[in-house]
Design a binder for this molecule. Sequence first.
Ligand code: SF4
Ligand code: SF4
Length: 96
Amino acid sequence: MTNEKADVPPKEKKEKKFKGVVVIERELCKGCAFCVEFCPTHVLELDKGFNAKGYHPPVFAKPDLCNGCDMCGLYCPDFAIFGYREKNEEPAGRFE
Ligand code: SF4
Ligand code: SF4
């Protein structure tokens, strides 16, 4: 009796086609933490430091987890943050 499962090659890891990027305007922030609370992948944390107005702005603490959904931007009442998706570089040597 043969084990058919042993012949199946392991699934190749899918390469992400894009990465999430976040832009934070520290000085517009008033530290409400809506962006931190509503980020679905828990990418953001409030900085321990202060901005000029005395608030703790968010920092992009776990960039690898960001999917660029812009939920942070949708919830920010002060337009101090937004997210977007950036296309990942094509592998070298591939032309279209
Ligand atoms: S763009 Fe989306 S995943 Fe990235 S920090 Fe903002 S809410 Fe989180
Ligand atoms: S939602 Fe906007 S104002 Fe509130 S902490 Fe985040 S960046 Fe600052």
